[in-house]
Design a protein around this ligand. Structure first.
Ligand SMILES: C[S@@+](CC[C@H](N)C(=O)[O-])C[C@H]1O[C@@H](n2cnc3c(N)ncnc32)[C@H](O)[C@@H]1O
Length: 217
């Protein structure tokens, strides 16, 4: 671990532990931090290190716990992170947390309604998307998300803990034969969505690359 990793690790531990205490005391749901679990953070980090996206979009920053995981992983592949939340106070805390890890320069915080952000976002811009926000809106946001999704995976938190809330969203995904999805039981459950690889058996090609077949040298 290099010195900056030691700092980030200790900030991550502090935010997570303080956040759990804060959420236990806080009665107003909208003021809770509701951070992802550390295992989810590590999963996102591994996925980003493997996929090497160029631009990462997070919907639902809160106080920046998940954003720190995304930003640290993004460093390895020089990825820019954009994160959206409509709660200005939480974004102030996120900005402080990113600053304490010297990761502010790699993250743009957009303090606004996610629906508005998605409508005006550049098409095909992001190649890694993490959804951790108002689950009841995902189905309504889907058309706009698809426009700004330039490839790679979409990860959606709470696929096990709040599966029924995600049902309208899943129905939309399942209606599109060009997509595939799976759920991993990490943290509160992670839904992964990707575009199905385009296989052209007549040309022995997958996504424009030669299909590997038995007996092939
Ligand atoms: C579960 S929390 C995000 C937790 C964060 N990803 C983490 O792990 O640290 C959900 C966040 O979505 C934000 N949110 C909810 N509805 C929103 C909306 N319509 N537009 C923008 N942000 C929204 C809330 O303010 C809240 O901070």
């Amino acid at each position: 671990m290099n010195p900056s990793d030691v700092v980030i690790e200790s900030v991550l531990n502090r935010i997570y532990n303080d956040g759990r205490g804060h959420d236990a005391r806080q009665t107003e749901q909208s003021q809770k931090f509701l951070n992802i679990t550390p295992s989810t953070g590590r999963f996102l980090e591994l996925l980003i290190e493997e996929q090497r996206p160029r631009r990462i979009l997070e919907i639902g920053t809160s106080n920046g716990y998940s954003t720190l995981w995304l930003a640290r992983a993004g460093l390895a592949c020089n990825a820019q992170v954009d994160s959206v939340d409509h709660n200005a106070r939480k974004h102030e805390l996120a900005a402080e947390n990113l600053l304490s890890c010297q990761l502010s320069g790699d993250v743009r915080l957009h303090t606004m309604e996610a629906g508005e952000f998605l409508k005006q976002a550049p098409p095909g811009h992001w190649d890694f998307i993490f959804l951790d926000s108002d689950r009841s809106q995902y189905a309504a946001w889907w058309t706009d998300i698809q426009k700004l999704w330039g490839g790679g995976v979409i990860v959606c938190n709470n696929a096990v803990s709040d599966a029924s809330e995600l049902q309208p969203f899943l129905t939309k995904i399942d209606a599109d034969p060009s997509l595939e999805r799976t759920v991993l039981t990490i943290g509160n459950g992670q839904l992964l969505i990707r575009r199905r690889p385009q296989t052209d058996f007549s040309q022995n090609m997958v996504n424009g690359l030669p299909l590997i077949t038995p007996g092939m040298p």
